[in-house]
Design a binder for this molecule. Structure first.
Ligand code: XMP
Length: 528
């Protein structure tokens, strides 16, 4: 299990062995939604390691490989004899059949993708209370042709004669479809049947429990030592600040480095909120001059990011030495980052783990080695929506909990070309108008991000009787699930009209407003 270290915080009731499906994380989320703690770990985890973790159930995820090809990812065959209930999903079911002596083949001419009505043959266990003929989401090119000894059919579809199977004596189950996706109308019933009925899990993994356990663990980890946290004002670092403050009080020092690229009013809000209102010790570091000076004459976006990243580390290092010593550095690392950096993603051809580059912007990456911090990362097993719940439960205001994602280098990357104070002020004013009007239209929570971008080209306009020659502002508003793909939001014309009028009337140096109607891909969400 070396490729996916689990720590003391990991006592998952259900373990998902990952075979490279895009839905592995989704299975974990679905199980957490029914208040049972689950984790995704590598399919290479041995039966002995699993025994030590003593989960109440194991789920084998789907995956892009074919079980009968050389190098297909397998699991330790002793897993079948652990006496722990196992549910194989798609590839996971095929693997179960393959390793236990059944037969899996390419579903020639009958590969099944999309929705299919499920015909139930046996509703006694896994499919209990699933309505006959309900829709399930299929996505497979292989099919089970022959069941291993002791297995029975639970359901079929028009094209798949073995769509759900079980071996009741050994507590093994398999489904050819994906119960975790929303298109599977009774998918959650199947997941509940497996988790509650078959594995006997109790719905006891709640936000309150998480907070209580995390506080106890942080206290045990850091003792009476001091902890430093780089606060950005985003939901992750803010939730972390609240959690740690509750756990260790004044042993926590938050450092807020103001690079000068925050949105209008944000630094003031942050200091008022954390320091004054909640008495969480925040050191405000005004580094605006340093950052803007470093960016003089720089127009290349990657160069900007690099300079900002390096300068951030430099300031962080200087200030932590000044305020220290600190033994621990707290980071708002979330579960998707952990999964990504552990590289449970598999190469479909070889089944090998693909090393995924961690996005350098996610955390205080690349800190100098000689700072010698130990890490405190209590959110490392949470998804973003779970962090929001924890934040809310700890008393964070909706303003922070529901805050749209904001890039680490801030407005500096939303100004194309050289960054100057004049452009920053201009963009800040325009950005505030976009956000205010999206809020006024009641759309803030419906969109992933809404912001303004400043383009460094001038065009002619006319204001009053005067000819103008000013910059355009781009309005960028997108809907997205996770930021990986996105579509441009169809904002009401009335809202766009107000935004446009206000920006050209109220923002100095802008005489034109344009709307970005590009999806991602091929565009990105940010302009840089
Ligand atoms: P792109 O522009 O790549 O952005 O489509 C995808 C999502 O990532 C956010 N983003 C960042 N977030 N630090 C962050 O914390 C960064 O440097 C950064 N760059 C992009 C972006 O706002 C969008 O939500």
């Amino acid at each position: 299990m070396s490729d996916f270290p689990l720590d003391a915080q990991s006592k998952p009731a259900i373990i998902i062995l990952d075979f490279g499906s895009q839905y592995s994380e989704l299975i974990a989320r679905r199980i957490r939604e029914i208040e049972v703690f689950s984790l995704v770990i590598s399919h290479r985890t041995s039966a002995n390691e699993l025994r030590e973790l003593s989960p109440q159930g194991i789920i084998l995820s789907g995956g892009p490989s074919s079980v009968y090809t050389d190098g297909a990812p397998l699991c330790d065959p002793s897993i079948w004899n652990l006496g722990i209930p196992v549910l194989g999903v798609c590839y996971g079911m095929q693997l179960m059949v393959h390793q236990l002596g059944g037969c899996v083949e390419a579903a020639t001419g009958k590969a099944e993708y999309g929705k299919a009505p499920l015909q139930i043959d046996d509703a006694s266990s896994l499919l209990n209370t699933v309505v006959d003929g309900s829709t399930m989401w299929m996505s497979h090119g292989d099919a089970v042709k022959e069941l291993p000894e002791g297995f029975v059919r639970l359901a079929h579809t028009e094209n798949t004669s073995l769509a759900a199977i079980s071996c009741p004596r050994r507590n093994l189950y398999g489904v050819q479809f994906h119960p975790e996706v929303v298109h599977s109308s009774y998918g959650m019933v199947i997941i509940k049947n497996f988790v509650y009925q078959i594995c006997g899990c109790k719905p006891d993994w709640t936000t309150t429990l998480f907070i209580d356990e995390s506080i106890a663990q942080v206290r045990a980890q850091v003792g009476n030592k001091r902890v430093l946290l780089a606060l950005s004002g985003g939901v992750d670092s803010s939730t972390l600040a609240f959690l740690l403050h509750k756990a260790i009080g004044d042993q926590l020092t938050c450092m807020f480095i103001d690079q000068g690229f925050m949105r209008k009013g944000e630094p003031e809000f942050l200091m008022n909120f954390f320091d004054k209102k909640f008495h969480i010790n925040v050191e405000y570091i005004n580094a605006r001059e340093r950052f803007i000076n470093r960016l003089k004459g720089i127009t290349d976006p990657e160069m900007k990011r690099k300079i900002i990243g390096t300068e951030f580390i430099r300031v962080f290092e200087e200030e932590s030495l000044r305020l220290g010593p600190f033994h621990y550095l707290a980071q708002g690392t979330l579960y998707p980052d952990v999964i990504e950096s552990a590289g449970t993603n598999l190469d479909p051809a070889t089944g090998e783990r693909v090393a995924v580059k961690i996005k350098s912007h996610h955390n205080v990456g690349g800190l100098p080695k000689d700072l010698q911090f130990k890490l405190v990362e209590p959110l490392r097993h949470l998804f973003k929506d779970e962090v929001r719940k924890v934040g809310r439960s700890l008393g964070l205001p909706e303003e922070i909990v529901r805050r749209h994602p904001f890039p680490g280098p801030g407005l500096a990357i939303r100004i194309l070309g050289e960054v100057t104070n004049q452009k920053l002020n201009c963009l800040r004013d325009a950005d505030l108008i976009v956000r205010e009007e999206i809020q006024n239209a009641g759309l803030y929570n419906d969109v992933w991000q809404a912001f303004a971008v400043l383009l460094p080209v001038c065009s002619v306009g006319v204001m009053g009787d005067k000819r103008t020659y000013d910059w355009p502002i781009v309005v960028r508003c997108v809907s997205s699930e996770d930021g990986m793909t996105a579509d441009w939001s169809r904002l009401p014309y009335e809202t766009l009209e107000i935004i446009s009028n206000r920006i050209v009337n109220e923002v100095q140096g802008v005489n034109r407003v344009v709307l970005d109607i590009t999806s991602k891909p091929p565009g990105t969400i940010e302009w840089e």
